[in-house]
Design a protein around this ligand. Structure first.
Ligand SMILES: C[S@@+](CC[C@H](N)C(=O)[O-])C[C@H]1O[C@@H](n2cnc3c(N)ncnc32)[C@H](O)[C@@H]1O
Length: 282
């Protein structure tokens, strides 16, 4: 059986440039407003298709080198095309941030946006890495999303997925078991609360300031959200259904989001926190 276009999109995480305009890309200026005035070396962790690196290269002529560490080879190759014109100032590396390897540079700006939930439950490894690599007095900017969760640990995107599964004939009450059976941790469980995160972060870094705002996602159609889901979450959730139903699953997620949009005026609304950190005094 050949895969549908949306399944191919999910397996290659493609279309993120458009999809991220709905949520992640909106954080860019908010984050960079807290960057130091003239950074020299910027490392972006989970750098995706290189959008944030491009933004810093354009914004800070002081930058000698930018480094993107990213797991997905598809995303790395899209980033390489996007950043080609900046030549030798750009270093892109495949990396697993749950087992980060030493870097030969000491960046004075490190960012990690919309990534942390994927590193649960070993986030302390990357925080430790940042503590070891950030130049003394440098800045680490981190964004974390905080969806409300129910008694089963489901919330945010998990809820739309639950709606989609119900539309495909699954029993609503059994959805948490379905997640557990496929070893799929709900995203709302993957996101620690702010107190737990603070405790982890303060082992390696000093928190200078935190700011919070609402991230509101709105769409104009079911198809728009279907593609956002595929580009952002890939096949993480679609593994919950058998291969023959996967195209229908993505469609049902889009439909669930569109129903929400019509009922509430938005698909989702959740707090996003920006943590501004620096090195701990020696
Ligand atoms: C939602 S995207 C965010 C991309 C970009 N930082 C942004 O703000 O738009 C999450 C990114 O984290 C990457 N990622 C997830 N787990 C990772 C891991 N263990 N190591 C490295 N990158 C990872 C994904 O491949 C993806 O590009």
């Amino acid at each position: 059986m050949t895969n549908s276009a949306v399944e191919i999109q999910a397996s290659t995480l493609s279309g993120y440039s458009d999809a991220s305009k709905l949520r992640q890309a909106n954080d860019q200026d908010w984050v960079l407003a807290q960057a130091p005035a003239a950074p020299r070396v910027h490392a972006d962790l989970g750098s995706g298709i290189g959008q944030l690196l491009q933004a810093t290269l354009e914004r800070f002529p002081s930058l000698e080198t930018v480094v993107g560490l990213e797991q997905s080879t598809f995303r790395l190759s899209e980033a390489a095309s996007r950043l080609q014109r900046y030549g030798g100032r750009v270093l892109l590396r495949q990396a697993d941030l749950t087992a980060p390897e030493p870097l030969e540079l000491s960046p004075d700006l490190i960012t990690m946006t919309s990534v942390l939930h994927w590193l649960y439950p070993v986030e302390e490894r990357i925080f430790d890495w940042v503590g070891q690599h950030l130049a003394p007095g440098g800045t680490f900017l981190l964004t974390t999303y905080h969806p409300a969760r129910d008694g089963h640990g489901l919330g945010g995107e998990d809820e739309l997925v639950r709606e989609a599964l119900v539309a495909l004939g699954h029993d609503r009450a059994l959805v948490p078991k379905l997640f557990a059976g496929e070893d799929i941790l709900p995203i709302a469980t993957r996101t620690r609360g702010t107190e737990g995160l603070k405790e982890l972060l303060e082992r390696d870094l000093r928190i200078v300031a935190t700011t919070e705002r609402d991230a509101v996602v709105r769409v104009d159609s079911a198809a728009e959200y279907e593609h956002f889901h595929a580009a952002t979450f890939g096949d993480y959730y679609s593994r919950l259904v058998e291969p023959a139903k996967r195209a229908a699953f993505f469609g049902a997620v889009g439909e669930a989001a569109w129903r929400r949009q019509q009922e509430r005026g938005h698909v989702s609304n959740m707090p996003v926190r920006l943590w501004n950190m620096t090195t701990r005094p020696a």
